[in-house]
Design a protein around this ligand. Structure first.
Ligand SMILES: [Zn+2]
Ligand SMILES: [Zn+2]
Length: 129
């Protein structure tokens, strides 16, 4: 299947398809944002082939446990690259402290730079406890 080229939701321009842990994802070369289809996200969080540095883990976990979405994130309007519907900001898994934008038509999620790593760290930490 040939993927169509998507535009970055931050208005940078075309995104490029890159490989992340064996999965093709759309990444913006400018702002380093990432667009993930639902299947791609599921696949990435179910593979654990990276070891995260301790300080990186500590930084992510410091922010967890807070439910809700901060004001500056709530007012950000990000259109889905597939259907252009505005994607509301949500707190990943309710209280991870990682704010992502999810298409209400279920196309996928938008992650800003570094958020994909955060989700993986969060997920791996809690699944090992
Ligand atoms: Zn961008
Ligand atoms: Zn959509």
């Amino acid at each position: 299947m040939i993927k169509k080229t998507l535009r970055c939701v931050n208005g940078c321009g075309d995104m490029a398809v890159t490989l992340y842990e064996g999965v093709e994802i759309d990444t913006c070369p400018e702002c380093k944002g990432v667009w993930l289809g639902n299947e791609e996200l599921k696949h990435i969080i179910s593979t654990e082939d990276e070891a995260w540095p301790e300080e990186e883990i500590a930084k992510v976990l410091e922010k967890t446990g807070k439910a809700g979405v901060p004001d500056d994130e709530i007012h950000r309007e990000i259109p889905c690259p597939e259907c252009s519907a505005l994607m509301p900001a949500t707190n990943y898994q309710y209280s991870s402290g990682i704010i992502i934008n999810k298409c209400k038509n279920n196309h996928g999620v938008w992650l800003d730079e570094g958020e994909l790593d955060k989700i993986q760290i969060y997920k791996e930490h809690w699944s090992h406890k």
